[in-house]
Ligand binder design. Structure first.
Ligand SMILES: Nc1nc2c(ncn2[C@@H]2O[C@H](COP(=O)(O)OP(=O)(O)OP(=O)(O)O)[C@@H](O)[C@H]2O)c(=O)[nH]1
Length: 588
């Protein structure tokens, strides 16, 4: 493809272009550090010609090339080809011309040059041309006239400013867009509820919330939204966090049944506080509407059609207890201390969690963490006979998940209370090196290296994760000081969180299910010899679960909400699937 226009004289390749050019045309057997002379004149390059520069198609390490390209913020993949031609023509030449097989590469007469500036430059030009405060003429646009001149080495600062002043991309933590959008949103509004064209009223400057005492250098976090998610382990609240150090959306999956289930509320020890986000619940701006609060999830209890929202900040701890007690027909025992929330700091693992990779047990661990957090806990208590009778009326004890046996003691001195806690899901894929690098590490592992060596061979640390954001999220959920039980086998996590000021009262270990299976299996063999009450059922249940380790719940998704979701797909979106007859009339 030939470009009809040429660059003006005023344009000049950037240092990044020159770095890549120099690297790619250097002796491929000597892949040393990149040349970095800033004063090099592109004209010299042109003059050096083929004598000084080896062929571009000499064997090169593709990995190194991509590393160089990725490392230079001024170079895009499109420059790769253009840069080759620069060596001969001093301009951005067409891709065709840069091919060694191209006739033009042997004929100095045919010189085709691209007028295409780097993409970032084009974007900048375009955004400036749309900006009312900037004249579009401030950016020289290559004209077809000037391009006819030769030689066409540019002298203008074509991309000299690219990347220099560009602010680092940060994820927005400003609630303004949502507020603006919803500011004028009201059910009576005839226009589109969520359309950004809604005029905005003045938005108060909302300083980014740092939960708790902020000290210099600590990341700041804000919960942007939360919503209720039903899972096989019970209902959860998924919280989406933004922060001031990276652009990742870290998550908090809160299990706290007292927020949704009145029975759990009655069973919970008095004084138990709901696990809520301070930054989400606070008032984001004067005059924020009920709908804004509902949409971001700053409501209390369960949303129901047509419901209005109550303001969490207006409900004190005392009045929450009053709510519990006033609706109580039973006298809940007075415990000395509630069981501490169970917390798991989980690092993202696409392969383990999404495609059920059995290279790791991450998917299973996520599932197991949610399962354990949801388990009722045993609390030491003075339980009266009367309480026992009342509690059996209150709910069907057998329908609850089995309490965690590791926490049980004599039934006469304990009672079952709803489990609670949170999984902080950090987007630190591959122990912080990212998915791409983890995949490369897997290939090294296939060659016989272990996970640590594979990381090191790729130039990474064995574990590059940090826990400062997790600590701030815990602080935002008011779990930093009251003491948590941490679900992990990793001493680095205990140390990392403690260093960030999180009070850990207990470490709860996680045994891989397969190892548990093997234990069960041994027990099974032993019991099979003479004991009828063997654990065969349980053993097979464990085995079954291995089939879906990447799924939360490790089994089939089901429930009324799923049925409604499927029914809508069939009835409203034309999905080609038959609703089973027995569901046809029941789940409307
Ligand atoms: N680099 C690398 N990361 C891996 C590999 N396998 C799993 N991971 C990542 O490791 C993280 C999980 O960390 P682990 O060290 O397995 O376990 P942990 O969370 O530190 O420890 P526990 O709390 O005891 O589970 C996730 O981010 C996974 O993506 C691997 O082979 N190489």
């Amino acid at each position: 493809m030939a470009h009809s226009a040429r660059f003006s004289h005023a344009q000049q390749p950037t240092q990044g272009d020159l770095d890549v050019l120099s690297f790619l045309t250097s002796d491929s057997t000597n892949l040393g550090p990149l040349p970095s002379s800033p004063t090099r004149n592109p004209g010299q390059l042109q003059g050096q010609g083929k004598k000084a520069l080896p062929r571009r198609d000499s064997p090169m390490d593709a990995l190194m090339i991509s590393a160089v390209i990725a490392g230079s913020e001024k170079v895009s993949r499109h420059h790769f080809g253009h840069g080759m031609s620069l060596a001969r023509t001093g301009a951005y030449a067409s891709c065709d011309e840069s091919r060694p097989s191209s006739p033009s590469s042997h004929s100095p007469k045919v010189v085709m040059r691209s007028t295409q500036a780097p993409r970032s430059e084009r974007l900048r030009t375009s955004s400036q041309s749309h900006s009312p405060s900037q004249s579009t003429s401030a950016i020289p646009i290559p004209s077809s006239k000037s391009s006819s001149k030769s030689p066409s080495i540019s002298t203008s600062p074509l991309s000299s400013s690219i990347g220099k002043d560009r602010p680092k991309r940060k994820m927005s933590m400003d609630p303004t867009p949502m507020s603006q959008t919803l500011q004028s949103a009201s059910p009576s509004s005839s226009s589109n509820y969520f359309h950004p064209s809604h005029s905005s009223l003045s938005i108060l400057p909302t300083p980014l919330v740092t939960s708790g005492k902020a000290s210099a250098g600590k990341p700041r976090v804000r919960c942007m939204a939360r919503t209720r998610i039903p899972t096989p382990h019970g209902e959860t609240f998924l919280h989406i966090y933004h922060n001031s150090v990276d652009t990742k959306e870290h998550l908090a999956i809160v299990i706290d049944p007292i927020q949704l289930d009145p029975r759990s509320k009655k069973l919970a020890p008095r004084g138990r506080k709901e696990i809520r986000s301070k930054s989400l619940d606070e008032i984001w701006r004067h005059g924020e509407t009920e709908m804004e609060r509902i949409v971001r999830g700053a409501y209390i209890g369960r949303l129901l059609p047509g419901q209005t929202v109550s303001n969490p900040s207006s409900i004190s701890e005392e009045s929450q207890n009053d709510i519990t007690m006033s609706s109580d027909e039973i006298q809940v025992p007075q415990e000395q201390e509630d069981v501490k929330p169970l917390v798991r700091i989980h690092s993202e693992c696409y392969t383990g969690e999404t495609i059920g990779s059995m290279r790791c047990d991450c998917g299973e661990q996520l599932d197991e963490a949610l399962r354990q957090i949801a388990l009722p806990q045993h609390l030491k208590s003075q339980i009266s006979q009367q309480y026992h009778q009342q509690i059996h009326h209150l709910h069907d004890i057998d329908s609850l998940p089995t309490p965690d046996p590791s926490r049980s003691s004599s039934p006469s001195s304990t009672r079952s209370v709803p489990g609670r806690g949170v999984v902080i899901y950090l987007r630190q894929e591959g122990r912080g090196i990212g998915l791409l690098e983890k995949i490369r590490a897997y290939n090294l592992q296939d060659l016989g290296h272990d996970t640590v060596t594979a990381n090191l061979l790729l130039g990474h640390g064995a574990d590059e994760r940090k826990y400062d954001v997790a600590a701030e999220i815990l602080r935002d959920l008011d779990l930093a000081n009251q003491g948590i039980r941490l679900l992990t086998n990793n001493p680095g996590k205990v140390e990392g969180l403690s260093r960030e000021g999180i009070k850990i009262v207990e470490r709860v270990g996680m045994t891989p299910r397969d190892w548990k299976c093997q234990t069960e299996s041994t027990n099974l063999n032993y019991k099979e010899e003479g004991d009828d009450n063997n654990n065969e059922g349980e053993y097979h249940a464990w085995r079954e679960r291995r089939a879906g380790v990447g799924l939360i719940g490790a089994g089939a998704a089901k429930g009324a909400e799923l049925e409604k979701y499927l029914r809508t797909k069939v009835e409203r979106m034309g999905h080609m699937i038959e609703i089973p007859e027995n569901l046809d009339n029941t789940s409307q």
